[in-house]
Write a protein that binds this ligand. Structure first.
Ligand SMILES: C[S@@+](CC[C@H](N)C(=O)[O-])C[C@H]1O[C@@H](n2cnc3c(N)ncnc32)[C@H](O)[C@@H]1O
Length: 176
């Protein structure tokens, strides 16, 4: 079972005991999530162009080495990290927590080291989505299968906590 991986990779992902999976390895965020949160300033884990819709005003892809670059302090960041290598998720989430402004999407593995180090102790809020979202293929098509595991949106900073809480997305908001 694969889910939310980089294009071309086939690794077993979290939620492998779950009942459904995304066959695409790109796992684009459903556009209704971005619409509900408002366009972001920077997506440091953008898919390569052409992309079916914008997640942010500025998109950085892996070729640009987004972890080697400084993230502009004022930028409201959207982060849906590559869910293949655990180290990549940890590195991007650590950078997001340090940045402190924006919203991230993760599987709701609330017991993990990454969650404890970068979410529970550092985020401003969480929205546990009701049901499992369907991610999208690079060409914009909605995946037939759902995410295969529960998903949580995580805000950093008070402004994004407010946006998340008021987003209207179905789920349960928890203030941190
Ligand atoms: C789960 S997708 C999210 C795409 C997009 N940000 C969105 O929310 O729809 C993760 C993206 O990260 C990109 N990626 C993979 N490894 C990366 C890396 N080391 N640095 C930056 N981006 C990477 C992949 O190309 C993939 O498009």
């Amino acid at each position: 079972m694969t889910s939310l991986l980089d294009a071309g990779e086939t690794r077993h992902a979290i939620g492998s005991h779950q009942s459904a999976s995304v066959k695409s390895h790109t796992g684009l965020t459903p556009p209704e999530i971005i619409d509900a949160l408002g366009i972001f300033d920077l997506d440091p884990c953008a898919c390569p162009p052409p992309r079916p819709w914008a997640t942010a005003r500025v998109h950085w892809t892996r070729e640009g080495g987004p972890l080697r670059r400084a993230w502009p302090a004022e930028a409201r960041v959207w982060l849906n990290p590559p869910f293949g290598p655990k180290r990549a998720v940890a590195a991007f989430m650590a950078r997001m927590a340090d940045h402190g402004r924006g919203t991230a999407l993760l599987f709701a593995r609330t017991e993990t080291e990454v969650f404890f180090e970068t979410v529970w102790s550092r985020a401003s809020g969480m929205l546990f989505l009701q049901g499992r979202p369907h991610f999208h293929h690079q060409d914009g098509r909605r995946a037939k299968a759902n995410s295969g595991a529960p998903v949580v949106l995580i805000s950093y900073g008070s402004a994004d906590a407010g946006r998340l809480k008021g987003s209207g997305l179905a789920g349960r908001y928890v203030s941190l």
